[in-house]
Design a protein around this ligand. Structure first.
Ligand code: SF4
Length: 363
């Protein structure tokens, strides 16, 4: 079954009143006890989020999975996160994703075939320069394995600058997948001049670059992006500054560089959560990240003003597919000893992907 094929869970789940679904999930959780671990990403909707044993960003949740001895790990996030959990857990543990349509559009923008083709073209154009591949954790297990097999590393939004620094020490160039913006913001923060950063446009010969530009480049960025964070614009920052001179703007580094440059602070979801929590009562924040997290911060900190940076609902619609009815459906099936929506990475891919993940943890 591919990532996008989700069986119809039926009217008994989809049409049941929400209170009933929530009560049944709670009962199932109690029944499974410590044989079950429910992990929820910060962008998850509240109705599902309340059942989390652990909450976090993708890496923190993968670590929670790795440290757990639970037989069943139900990952309320997106596909690549469940893959990372499967890679880091034992063979006797089972990772399940409640709705298989919960993919990440950014991760889907870099397929192994496209990346392998680009890698060869780049090698031919740069005459054998040493290129170190780095992939954002928001990528498929196949891309992580590709990177692991070539001596590269995974990075997250909190350590991208550190991993890039490591990569510069190992080769002449870095090929960064799949998020253009995290790569660009991190290279800029490290002082890499703009003329040494090029964009590889997938589908175009040599990524749309000249041979001279590729030879000069230190950082080659894949042109993937997050459909949520791309919705924040420099104009939103300007609007907020006019409207509220005391506002502090904080954004995720998957936002465009002009947004990050205008913000007061930028960082991972964990860093955003901490910055708001640590700020004094009465602080005003405009936050450039997914709306479920912004709404939660608003509820958690009634003594502060927390708003979305954008006037529009910047929702991760794939993450939003993990509705309580799907969580219950997975749990009901487990109770009948049926493992539906299991996410399983083949051993060869898992070994190579783990090398790239372990390299990051060492860095
Ligand atoms: S918020 Fe962006 S990067 Fe994260 S899962 Fe959704 S589309 Fe992917």
């Amino acid at each position: 079954m591919s990532v996008n094929e989700q069986v119809d869970i039926g009217a008994a789940y989809l049409e049941a009143p929400e209170e009933e679904i929530l009560a049944r999930i709670a009962a199932r959780k109690a029944e499974f006890g410590d044989r079950l671990l429910v992990l929820c990403h910060h962008y998850q909707q509240e109705a599902t989020f309340r059942f989390a044993d652990h909450t976090g960003d993708s890496l923190k949740l993968a670590r929670n999975a790795a440290q757990s001895s639970a037989r069943y790990i139900v990952f309320c996030g997106v596909h690549f996160m469940a893959e990372s959990a499967d890679i880091l857990t034992g063979d006797d543990q089972v990772v399940l994703l409640p709705d298989l349509r919960a993919g990440c559009p950014m991760a889907d923008m870099a397929t192994e075939a496209e990346v392998a083709w680009a890698w060869q073209e780049l090698a031919a154009a740069t005459g054998g320069a040493t290129v170190v591949p780095v992939t954002y954790v928001n990528s498929s297990a196949r891309i992580k394995a590709f990177v692991g097999a070539r001596g590269g590393s995974v990075c997250t939004s909190s350590n991208a600058e550190r991993v890039l620094t490591w990569a510069f020490g190992r080769g002449e160039k870095v090929f960064f997948f799949p998020d253009e913006h995290l790569g660009r913001n991190s290279a800029h923060a490290l002082g890499v001049p703009d003329e040494e950063v090029v964009l590889w446009q997938r589908g175009l010969p040599m990524g749309g670059n000249t041979e001279a530009a590729l030879r000069r480049a230190r950082v080659i960025l894949w042109n993937g992006y997050c459909t949520v964070h791309m919705q924040f614009a420099a104009g939103h920052v300007e609007q907020w500054r006019q409207q509220d001179p005391t506002v502090r703007i904080i954004v995720h580094p998957e936002c465009r560089r002009e947004v990050v440059d205008l913000a007061d602070r930028y960082g991972s979801t964990e860093m955003i959560i901490k910055a708001v929590a640590d700020s004094p009562p009465g602080s005003h924040w405009a936050v450039g990240t997914e709306i479920n997290l912004v709404n939660r911060l608003h509820l958690l900190h009634p003594d502060k003003e927390v708003h979305s940076l954008s006037p529009f609902q910047c929702l991760c619609s794939t993450m939003y597919r993990i509705k309580p009815a799907y969580l219950l459906w997975v749990l009901d099936n487990l109770a009948r000893e049926r493992e539906v929506n299991r996410i399983s990475v083949d051993p060869e891919t898992a070994t190579l992907a783990k090398q790239a993940l372990d390299r990051m943890l060492e860095i």
